[in-house]
Design a protein around this ligand. Structure first.
Ligand SMILES: Cc1ncc(COP(=O)(O)O)c(C=O)c1O
Length: 381
């Protein structure tokens, strides 16, 4: 036997290794007697991450994907040509574009409603096949009553699929399946990762049938999470609970502080009813005072502890302008229909000392508002 042949087949016996954490199963294929078959179908790291999130959100099944967008895309695969899709008006810009594109491609009837109001719920068509919304919404953090929507939709079509994008509430504070949703999905890139270093998505369901269809779709589309990303996400989940508590406490105090500043017209924070939403994490919106809107780039440059870019829900604080960021893929008319102006700013509070964040915001506002004395700003507030 040549060394070449021997090296090609050499494997260390790991049966007695007993690692303290699950290693990364960096393999595309498993041997014929493995239940995992092929990493496009399933993989131990992916399964472990799925089980962690399913346990956290009290779901029967979880299906993990390469990104939040692929979780949404694969959920839309449940629709047939000619079906009726209803979405909420306030929604993440790329999701909105995906719904529009899918509706055009499949000849769906796409109805865009304000589901945060009873009047909007009454407008839901009786032949709705799927309804998708975020609660709290991105932007504006409005609450949508999952149970009311589910009751309404299923009274006329029991087969309709109610889908909640639970990214912003997170499994820490909201369990959509318990309120009548059929699928709860997440961009795992956000709070689950928490460190801006990995992309992922996940869909949860209690339905065996939906689960089988989602797993099947993922296998043929090849949209599964990679083992490395699953491993990173699983590791991040070890600190999820403690991170969410800290995001929550910091954000509650920062919201009051920001709302009192004379540079801010309005702050958006969701309503926590303790039934559907039992708490809230780290993302708020504010409307800049009219004379400061053009100074937004200077304001961002003046900040020291808030990073810029599309990341959020992570250990570092972030600042972003939905108009040019999360909703940039929408036309000006669509943005204006949603109420997204250039003065709308998204702040995500990380795990820094809240006092440092307060001082940072104050000095940046002070700089762009042309004030000399930070303490006078404190006095005004
Ligand atoms: C609410 C919501 N859903 C889905 C997504 C898409 O997730 P991903 O960026 O992981 O594809 C995002 C991204 O920001 C989001 O905010």
């Amino acid at each position: 036997m040549s060394a070449t042949t021997e090296i090609l087949h050499l494997r260390v016996d790991t049966l007695d290794a007993h690692p303290a954490t699950t290693p990364i199963y960096q393999c595309s294929a498993f041997t014929a007697d493995s239940p995992y078959f092929y990493s496009r179908k399933s993989n131990p790291n992916v399964s472990e991450f799925e089980q962690v999130v399913a346990t956290l959100e009290c779901a029967r099944h979880a299906v993990a994907y390469a990104s939040g967008m692929s979780a949404i895309h694969m959920t839309l695969e449940q629709l047939q040509p000619g079906d009726t899709l209803v979405i909420n008006r306030d929604i993440y810009g790329c999701s909105y574009k995906l719904f529009e594109r899918t509706a055009r491609r499949l000849g769906l009837t796409l109805q865009i409603l304000d589901l945060s109001t009873p009047a909007g719920i009454r407008q839901i068509p009786s032949d709705t096949d799927m309804i998708v919304f975020e609660t709290p919404t991105n932007p504006f953090l409005k609450t949508i009553d999952i149970a009311a929507i589910s009751r309404h939709v299923k009274s006329t079509n029991p087969q309709a699929i109610v889908v909640v994008d639970n990214t912003w509430a997170s499994s820490a504070f909201q369990h959509p399946l318990a309120h009548g949703a059929d699928i709860s999905l997440h961009s795992a890139t956000k709070y689950f990762s928490g460190h801006s270093d990995v992309m992922g998505g996940i869909a949860l369901t209690d339905s065996d049938e939906l689960h089988a269809r989602l797993v099947d779709g993922r296998f043929y589309a090849g949209t599964i999470l990679t083992p490395q990303h699953a491993w990173l996400l699983r590791r991040s989940m070890q600190t999820f609970d403690i991170r969410m508590k800290q995001h929550s406490a910091t954000t509650r105090s920062m919201t009051d502080f920001v709302g009192d500043l004379p540079y801010v017209k309005r702050v958006y924070y969701p309503s926590i009813d303790a039934a559907q939403l039992t708490g809230y994490g780290g993302i708020i919106f504010l409307e800049l005072r009219d004379d400061l809107v053009d100074a937004y780039p200077d304001f961002v440059r003046a900040l020291r502890w808030f990073d810029t870019g599309t990341g959020m829900a992570c250990v570092t604080s972030m600042v972003a302008q939905p108009y040019s960021g999360s909703h940039a893929s929408m036309t000006d008319a669509e943005k204006s229909e949603m109420g997204i102006s250039r003065g709308l700013v998204r702040l995500c509070f990380g795990l820094e000392d809240p006092e440092d964040l307060r001082q940072d915001l104050l000095q940046a506002f002070h700089r762009v508002a042309g004030r000399r004395d930070v303490s006078s700003a404190i006095a005004v507030s």
